[in-house]
Each structure stands twice: as C-alpha cells, then as structure tokens.
Write a protein that binds this ligand. Sequence first.
Ligand code: C2O
Ligand code: CU
Length: 552
Amino acid sequence: AEVKHYDWDVEYMYWKPDCVEHLVMGINGKFPGPTIRAKAGDTVQVNLTNKLGTEGLVIHWHGIRQINTPWFDGTASISQCAIDVGESFVYNFTVDRAGTYFYHGHFGMQRSAGLYGSIVVDVADGEKEPFAYDGEVNLLLSDWWHESVHEQEVGLSSKPFRWIGEPQSILINGKGQYNCSLGAKFLNDSARSCSDTEMSPQCQPDIQSVDQNKTYRVRIASTTSLASISFVIGNHNMTLVEADGNYIQPVSVDSLNIYSGDTYSVLITTNQDPSTNYWISAYQIARKPPLPPPGLTILNYKPNPVSDTPLSPPPTSPEWNDFAGGKSFANKILALKSIPKPPTKSDRLNTQNTINGYVKWAINNVSLVLPTTPLIGSLKFGLKNAFDGKSPAEDFPATYDIMKPPVNPNSTYGNNLYNFDYNITIDVIIQNANILSANVSEVHPWHLHGHDFWVLGYGDGKFSEENDGKNLNLDNPPLRNTVVIFPHGWTAIRFVTDNPGVWPFHCHIEPHLHMGMGVVFAEAVDKIKTIPDGVLTCGLTAKNSGPVGGSS
Ligand code: C2O
Ligand code: CU
C-alpha cells in the first residue's frame, strides 16, 4: 500500500460556478477541490491549511469509516477542533475499501459554500471488482445559491426565520448555467442559449467523452445542500452496481433517485446511434416547484465534436412528488451475496423530527447543538462540564400523530448524545413526521459517520413494532452510509458498534443539520486510543490536557 500525500490551501475566491460570479471556497485555487484517487489499503494524508481569513475549517471524508482513527473524521466540535485561520492540520487515515466517496467541509455550512470534492478508491493490486468495464466517468452533483452561505446561516437562525429557498442552479462537477441553457433549442418558453462570452471556462459543462461500444463505470456522488436529484443519461440504460462503497445486486434502471450524501456506480454501454451526442441530466425533485432547471452536460460519442448538441431533447423530469417512484427505486437496491448479513437481534431506539418557535428540527424533541469542546475529548477525558450529558429519549410518545403538526412545538436544545457499549447491535427507526404546517412532511437523507448500516426497510405512516418489525429485510439488506426517509414514513437501519469513536448521525441536508436535525453516537469511548497532538487545541481540552491531546 502507498501513502498519498496532498497539500491543500483552502480559501475564498471569486468564481462562476453557474456563470454568475460569487465567492466560493476553493482548494488550491480550484472549485470543486481536487479528486483524491487511491487504492484500497492506501494511507491518505492531507495537509490542510486554513486561508479563509475569518473562520475555522475542517474536512470530513464522507463514507470513509476512520477505523482506528476517529479523530480524523473531520467534524468540528465532535472529532476535533476547527483549524484556526493561518494554521495547518494533517489528516492521516486509511482508505480500507474500494468505492466511490467524497469529502466536504463539516463546520457551519461550509459544504454549501463549495468546499467539496471526490474520493475514488480502486481495488487493491491483485484484487478485482465483481464487474468489468473499459473506462470511467466521474460525476459530482451539487446545488448552488447566489446568496452567500453566511447570509443563509444568519437567515436560518433569525426570528422570523428566513428559509434559504431552492437553489439557483444544479451543478455537475461544479459547473452549471444560470441564465441560459445548453438545451435551449428544445425548450419553449424563454430559455435562451448560452453565449460564448458568458460561458467562462468555469461554467462550461464538463463534457464526458467516450468511445463507442464500450462499457463505462459512471461514478456519481451527490454533495447537494438540499436538492434530491433525478439522474438520467439520455437513451442509455444504467446498471446499478455500487452504493456508498458497497456492492449491490446489479439492477437495470433508466433513472436514479439520488439524495444528498448518496454515492453510486452504474455501468453503461455506449451502443447507441453513434452519430450524435447524448444528454446527462440532473433534475431537482422531491420538493415543491418552482425548482431550478436541470444540471446538464453531454456524453460525447467520439469522434463527434464535443460541441454538438444532442439530436433529441434533454430527458424530462419525473413529477416532483413522485414518491412512489422514489420508493420503488429505493427498494431495488439490495446487497450482493458477498456482503455480510446483519445480526438478527438488536437494541432499538426511535428518532423523529418536529419543529419549534425559532424554527428548528428536533429528534425526540431535542434539537442538536454542538459544544465548544470536541466531544471526543470531553468523553475520553471525562470532562463532564464540557457537554450536556442528558441521555436523550429512546422513544417518542406512543400517541404522537405523525400526520399532524406537532401538538407541542416547543423543543429544547441538547447535544443529543447516545452512549453505546462496544459490539452491540443498534436499530434505529427514523420516523418522519409532519412539519409545523399542515399536510407537509419532507424528504431527509440521513447519514452515519464511522459506519455502514444495513437498510432493513422503508414504510409509510408510523412504524409499528408489531406489524413492520416482523417484515424487515434481514436477507439481503444493502449496506449504506446514507438513507432517505420519505414524507410521513419511516426507515429502519441496523449497525454494530464495532468502531470506537464519536459519530454524528444526521440529516445530510445542510440547512436541516444547521437547524438541529442530528444526533451523536458515542461508541465504546473507553476503547478510543491516544488522540494525536493537534486534534484538541480548543475549549476545555486545550486547558486540561496540557500538551494537547497527547495523554489519556
Ligand atoms: Cu457528508 Cu456529517 O456528512
Ligand atoms: Cu432534513
């Protein structure tokens, strides 16, 4: 195995992700950040320098489980102190498993500011993927607002509450077009073609050139702040083979429903009419219109010119509220035979969400806030004053009507910290409820750090132990690190606490997390090994542990 070393400077810069100039967070002068490419078993080292000027910085490696290195998970207030302005910090971890991943900021709403990039892990030398392909296409999906992330944050925390609204643009590999469309000639109303002058190289579509009659692995990762995406490649069926770094039973689909935090690989064969190019399109779905126009780029069949507009119009979007389609897609994802099966017994805890007066999301009526001292340090060194040690509820009232706005909309703040012993099995039923307004429940993709979990099932309405509990899929549930909950529905997951660390479990919608939609799982904290220097340089750990983080 090799060591892959990267030196990254993170700073704000002027950029035109969708042809309109705004500030973005760039890495080494680029947006999105550089792709990390390694082989399973390699060590990745990232020497990160904060050149943001006025704010702290961390980066989370989404999907990398950080086995034995929970302090390099890159979550501010949980696994480490934010890196101060002008300082550097070296992340040093193993990428133990092949797959498609990504990285992103995990302090405040820095992901929304554009701090992200791809991670691709190939199989170790001598190993083979369970499918074959001739080439690769790598796509990172995101959404983009013209309002600055600081303004978004302040709005969300203000009274009256100011919602960020829908994104202005959907980006593919960091590129989108705001005021014009690549597909203009097919769209009636006012859609206009993009002129050469407005299409700065920063927003020109990242065209994917392919040879004819070959099989390509298309890797897709979604780091959207909010948007759920319907992803289509015009005229091409896709065979799903990987989800969140785990192999799945190959299944053919014509579109993918991708939620924030999901990653997939699909195989396509370039066997369509070779005289034209094809659209790659990413529509926002699952929220009420008006929604932004699709992110578009082109699958270029060589030797056609890259600039050739496809002969057929861009694929159309499904209805925004086609949740039946979303569920049927979700239920198609099943584990490949070689994937370990879940244990059949478990402890169980329920979570749910409601809203409060300052608008917040809450889990069992507690809205997540994070302490100044990173939890990994407070827990390891027993600094009881550094956090709120209240055990959050394991359940919510049996009488709670998830179809109605909460009867008691007043939540409290808390660290939502669940303490788990080593090697026990945890089931979580994530129960989706109605928001403060009547007849509305939203989609939330939940992501767990430090783990994959088995997705045991999805259902409508309120989870019933008696009926639903018996019908969970214990046979071939897929392993994932992110899973969606549908409006007014539930999702059941299971994992084993075999990775000592302090791991957030939260909605991957950036403004929802900011509004408190998350919990923290502290797992076998007595088994966390010596925390390296430089991780705990803030709060009470800085004062109490002398030379930072060194001793236990
Ligand atoms: Cu990709 Cu806690 O996030
Ligand atoms: Cu959410």
